[in-house]
Design a protein around this ligand. Structure first.
Ligand code: GDP
Ligand code: MG
Length: 678
């Protein structure tokens, strides 16, 4: 709104966009049709600049018969520009209620339509309404009257004052209400007689007392005195036309009562203030007027409460918008998974600011309402901040979990990773404690006072997630140990198994099995040591051990199958036959003589060698059955893994061996023929 940017070169504009003089700018608050102006708020804010004044503003209203020089006086006193009746035309100028600001900023002046109705014999409805309105808002009521009206008890003035007193009783039942007293400042015009002001004042006061005593008063206020509600002050002014200089000097004097707090007659005493904060004044005035116009009961304390609710809500809403604006940038950061440093402090600051702004304006309103609205406001701020809180602790949990994982990996890696020489459990326990403490620290720093925020559930969840990571890492550690073990047994079997099988003896399988148990026992001890470090439960350890046994057995089988492949077997059989046929008992190569029993020797050697085939056809576990059975998980049937050479393969192998043997026999025969021929 361009009208918001006032400055020395930008005069305020009226709502219609025309420049206005902030001093003399008037607003017809109530028009001739008794409508309330929708522009009061605008004038308060932009033209008169009073909205931020809190209680630091004053309101004066003028009352008195038509054409008693009210507007003339106001204009001289306050520098306002209220319309003055044209001397020649004699037509009424002020319609409804006009409002303007005095030259000394901070004082609002209301020029209230006179008592035409009474003088013209019309009903006094508007008089009553404007009196109600003035009494509900103004601190000082200027009562304007000619000197020659003083003492006219049945004159228009007294009727007017009767109305004022009546509405006052209607509005301010409670003598001790905050909406206390009002100052009636009588201005006696055209004081030309020799009667002193004191005497004039005394006469007026007498009439007022009489008026008061004749009023029918509401219950509980029957014995109230006029002084319980009003203070009185009297001043008179010379004839404006006959003694213009004197008149002006006296008005200048009178002005001091409004402008100089040290003046003994200073009018704006705190007890007269109606205690409506300036920012709430337009709304208050409007509501009051609506009630007055619709002739509904007007109960000011209730009005104050309603105003307080309305304004506190408005203030809270504006403050909350600013607050949302301020915290808005935090959300995407958190939603991106990042942590915000000092978020707790930042949230606290934002909340403090939002509360301070609320307090600054709202605390001027009805106290209970203000306190209730403050609690609501605080709850709203808290619930908004709680979202940030939740997002941040979620991120903190993730961060802590990540760090926990990498710390553990680093530490486990650094501590060797070769199994048993570090205490996995101790490392994990330390890291877990550190992670939970870190989370606790982060979360605790986020909890604002005056909230019921908790992170117990999130801490519990984190604990569970840390356990999952721990289990994972433990699993990885175990895998490492298992792989290492597998490798060890393979290497070992690659040495021992061929050594035994290449020197076949009836007990060779016993030897193989003894080697198997030796090797696996040693590895099992190693495994158990590692598992103890991993805090592995006994049941898991047992299962792992059985698994390890099976893996070792499978490694053994793999080796044995390799050693009993066709080629390996043929080579082995052939080597055995050669050993037995071509070498004598001392291991010396035979040179065959014609006299030698080649056929017999050959037959024996072939026969004993052939018997190796059944020996190799199956792992013979005699003597180890019980031990083997308990060595594996129940679902692993070790007996089904023992067969090496099925019958067909044995036959096939036998045939192929036969051919090789035949070749060897022929070679031996040929060598004898060759020797004989020489
Ligand atoms: P209002 O209707 O009470 O606001 O009276 P106005 O201020 O419009 O003045 C009505 C008439 O009284 C105008 O013609 C003024 O010039 C005249 N007037 C204003 N002040 C005085 C005064 O102190 N004495 C006399 N005799 N006439 C005044
Ligand atoms: Mg006037």
């Amino acid at each position: 709104d361009p009208r918001d940017n006032f400055g020395p070169t930008n005069p305020p504009l009226s709502p219609a966009g025309k420049p206005v003089d902030a001093q003399t700018a008037m607003l017809q608050v109530i028009d001739e049709d008794q409508n309330f102006s929708p522009q009061l708020n605008y004038y308060m804010k932009h033209v008169w600049g009073l909205t931020d004044h809190g209680f630091d503003y004053n309101l004066v209203a003028v009352f008195g018969s038509q054409s008693t020089g009210k507007s003339t006086l106001l204009n001289r006193l306050f520098g306002t520009d209220f319309a003055v009746m044209d001397e020649r035309a004699r037509r009424q100028t002020t319609k409804g209620i006009w409002m303007s600001q005095s030259r000394d900023l901070g004082v609002l002046i209301m020029d209230v339509e006179g008592t035409d109705g009474r003088e013209r014999g019309e009903d006094q409805e508007f008089e009553r309404k404007s009196a109600l309105f003035s009494m509900a808002t103004a601190e000082v009521l200027l009562v304007n009257m000619w000197e020659n009206m003083v003492g006219l008890y049945n004159g228009a003035n007294m009727g007017l004052l009767k109305t004022v007193f009546e509405v006052n009783l209607q509005l301010f039942h409670d003598r001790n209400s905050r909406h206390g007293r009002t100052l009636l400042l009588f201005v006696i015009r055209d004081h030309v007689s020799k009667t002193t002001l004191d005497n004039l004042a005394a006469t007026v006061k007498q009439d007022l007392d009489r008026l008061w005593s004749e009023l029918s008063k509401p219950e509980g206020l029957e014995d109230s005195r006029i002084e319980d509600f009003f203070d009185f002050s009297f001043v008179s002014l010379p004839h404006k036309l006959l003694q213009p200089d004197h008149f002006n000097r006296q008005v200048d004097q009178l002005r001091l009562r409004f402008t100089r707090p040290s003046d003994p007659h200073y009018v704006f005493k705190p007890q007269y203030h109606k205690m409506i904060p300036a920012d709430g004044f337009p709304k208050y005035a409007e509501t009051i007027w609506e009630k007055i116009v619709s002739n509904r009961d007007l109960d000011l304390p209730t009005q104050q409460e309603l105003l307080a609710q309305y304004r506190c809500d408005e203030i809270a809403a504006a403050v909350f918008d600013a607050f949302l604006e301020a915290v808005r940038p935090l959300r995407p950061v958190l939603e991106g998974g990042r942590l915000i440093d000092n978020l707790g402090e930042q949230m606290g600051d934002h909340r403090r600011t939002a509360l301070a702004h609320f307090d600054k304006n709202a605390s001027r309103y009805h106290h209970e309402v203000y306190n209730r609205k403050r609690r609501e406001h605080l709850a709203k701020l808290n619930s908004e901040l709680h979202l940030l809180f939740l997002a941040q602790i979620k991120n903190a949990g993730q961060r802590v979990l990540q760090e926990f994982r990498s710390t553990l990996k680093r530490q486990l890696g650094a501590q060797g990773g070769n199994g048993s020489d570090y205490d996995f459990g101790a490392v994990v326990r330390t890291a877990t404690r550190a992670a939970l403490e870190r989370f606790e620290r982060e979360a605790r720093a986020l909890v604002l006072d005056d909230t019921d925020w908790s992170y117990a559930q999130e801490a519990e969840q984190l604990r569970g997630e840390l356990d999952v990571v721990t289990d994972q890492l433990r699993g990885e550690e175990l895998k490492k140990v298992q792989r290492r073990m597998e490798k060890t047994v393979r290497t070992r079997f690659a040495d021992t198994v061929p050594a035994v099988l290449n020197d076949p003896k009836p007990d060779m399988w016993g030897e193989v099995l003894r080697g198997f148990f030796d090797t696996t026992d040693r590895e099992e001890r190693h495994l158990r040591a590692t598992a103890a470090g991993l805090d592995l439960p006994a049941s898991e350890l047992d299962e792992l051990t059985l698994q390890a046994h099976q893996l070792a057995w499978e490694a053994l089988l793999a080796r044995v199958h390799e050693e009993t492949g066709d080629q390996m077997m043929l080579v082995r059989l052939r080597t055995c036959l050669e050993d037995r046929f071509r070498y004598d008992d001392q291991g010396i190569p035979r040179v065959w003589q014609p006299s030698d029993d080649i056929d017999g020797q050959f037959g024996t050697a072939k026969e004993s060698t052939s018997q190796l085939i059944p020996l190799f056809s199956r792992i013979d576990t005699s003597g180890f059955e019980g031990e083997l059975e308990s060595y594996f998980a129940p679902d692993f049937v070790v007996s089904e893994t023992l067969e090496l050479l099925p019958a067909t393969r044995q036959r096939d192998l036998g045939k192929r061996f036969q051919r090789e043997a035949d070749a060897l026999y022929l070679e031996a025969k040929r060598s004898v023929v060759a020797t004989t021929a020489q």
